[in-house]
Each structure stands twice: as structure tokens, then as C-alpha cells.
Design a protein around this ligand. Sequence first.
Ligand code: HMG
Ligand code: MG
Length: 300
Amino acid sequence: MKFPKKASFIEVGPRDGLQNEKVQIDTAVKISFIKQLKKAGFKEMELTSFVSPKWVPQMSDAAEIIAACSDESRNIVLAPNEKGFDRAVASGCSSIAFFVGVSSTFNQKNINAATEESLSRILPLVEKAKDRGLFIRACISTSFYCPYEGKIEEKDTAAICREFVRAGADDLSVADTIGMASPHEVYSLFSRLREEFSDVLLTAHFHDTRGMGLANVLAALQAGIDRFDSSAGGLGGCPFAPGASGNIATEDAVFMLEQMGIETGIQLDPLLDALLLIQPSLNRSISSRQFQLRENAVNS
Ligand code: HMG
Ligand code: MG
């Protein structure tokens, strides 16, 4: 098996991890969570979303988060439309993630428009962002399966990626939104995308709903992928994708790669400390292996 010497983790906990939490978390707690996560060494992080507060109230403090947490590293924010894009730019953001699902039913539930219409609204914003010299991430949801439409064809995912690359995207984050893809499907799609989109960053975004997350990381590595979205504590999920549980836990994925001799640049102790800051605000326990192991060691 061939593996890269290094891999990058894009921490999405403050955004994907928290957006699904029903109880509103204090902005100050989110800020200390993000600041502590940064001590673990992430060079890229999704901090928040400039989405409609009516749709996702948890993200309504996006501007305050950005004001408190901006620094030299790549701080990415999501924008669903022109209003979100303008809010993000007004807040001083220079890295924007646009998101569209391959499945029309999912898009209808998530952003209130079918796929074609969503793309026709978002692609001009991508071009606008390109003209301003911003870093552009394209998040492609339901790239393997949709909770409403079932199996997604590889060619349909590739077609959406192509549209984003044509408009100027720098990074394609290709997501298994409901954690349904098998390692075989992951290897197949990412091999195809790696070959076609050799000039852009390509990131794998896995949710661990059915326990295939780390196996899928391995499959993606085999397909030439060396960038992974992950969430501290395995927090997360999309409010409009029933059955989507958390992302792969950053600490478990980092541990696996480091054990394999793949450098990640991420320190586990500060990362696990960040989870101690956010845990009291969550309605549930954190079940990642590394977090549990450290808790057991502390309590024994
Ligand atoms: P809509 O209701 O069709 O929008 O929602 P609208 O244009 O009719 O506006 C409705 C109201 O929202 C108006 O306010 C707007 O001003 C306001 P009112 O006039 O009623 O007072 N509004 C906004 N306010 C602040 N910021 C904005 C904004 N836009 C409108 N940006 C819309 C359409 C796209 C806005 C909505 O559906 C939305 O915000 N959706 C976001 C859903 C979301 O955040 N989903 C999770 C992120 S995607 C994800 O998690 C997947 C990913 O992790 C990858 C994977 O795992 O698959 C990335
Ligand atoms: Mg996600």
C-alpha cells in the first residue's frame, strides 16, 4: 500500500460540529473552544457559517466569532447565498466555502432550491470571490448517497465538481453526508476525481454514521487524497440530512495517521483539552476513542 508522508486536517468542529446542536451554545464558549483548538496546530479550520439564523440559529453569532478568532491561518466560513457572502466579506473573511449537494431533494431541504437553481445562484458568487482574490472552497454534499434519493452516480458528483472548478474553486471538499459510502466506493470516486482535477486541492469529508469513517480515510489515502475534514470529538451532522451523525473524530484520525508514520502537524493534548471546554455545553457525552482513553486514564 502506498501512503503520503504528510496529510492535512481541516478542523470543521466549530462549524459542522456545532451547527447541529439544538441548545444554543454561548458565543464566548465557542470562541474559547476555537482558540484552544488552534493551539493543536491546525492551519485550516471552518469557524462558522453566514447562513440564515432562521434556518440555523446556532450559527447566528458568525460575525462575533470571526471578529474574535481571525488570525493568519486559513479561517473558512460557509456562505449559502449572496447575503451570506456579503456578510462574510464585511466581517473580513478571506476564505469562503460555498455548498451544494448533488441531490436536488437534499438541496431543497438544505438551501431551499434544487441543484440547478442552487448552482446558478452560487457559481456567480464563486466568480465574484475569485475576482476578489479570496480562497474558495466548494463543499459537495451527498456525493455518494442522499438521505432522500439514495445512491448518487459518480458522474453526477464529478459534474458538480467540474462546475465549481470552472468557476474558480481552489478546494473541493467531497462529502459523504450521511456516512453511507463504503471504502470501495470512496476509493473509486476519489481516484476518478484525483485524476480529473489534478490542479485543485481535493479534500475528503466523512461522517462516521455507520462506523466506516476511518476505513474510508484509508481508502481515500490510497486514492491519493491527503486532505481530510474532521471534527474534534466526532461532533456534527447536518440539520437537514436525517441520519447524518458526526464527522470522523479528528483525534482518532490523527492518531491513526501518526501511527502509520504520516505526519499531520496536529498535537492531540491541546485538541483534547478543547473538548473539555465545549463538553459542558453539549447535551451528550463525547465518544471518540482518544477522548475516552484519556478520560479513563485521568479517572483511574
Ligand atoms: P430562504 O428561506 O429561501 O431564504 O433560505 P430567503 O432569501 O427567502 O430569506 C429568508 C430570510 O432569511 C430573510 O429574512 C433573509 O434576509 C434571511 P427576513 O426578510 O424573513 O427577515 N437570510 C439571511 N440572513 C442572514 N444570512 C444569510 C441569509 N439568507 C437569507 N445568509 C437559505 C435559503 C439558503 C438562506 C437557507 O436555506 C439557509 O441558510 N440554509 C443553510 C442550511 C445550512 O446551514 N445547512 C448546513 C450546512 S451544509 C452541511 O452541513 C454539509 C457539509 O458539512 C458537507 C456534508 O457533510 O455534506 C458542508
Ligand atoms: Mg458535514
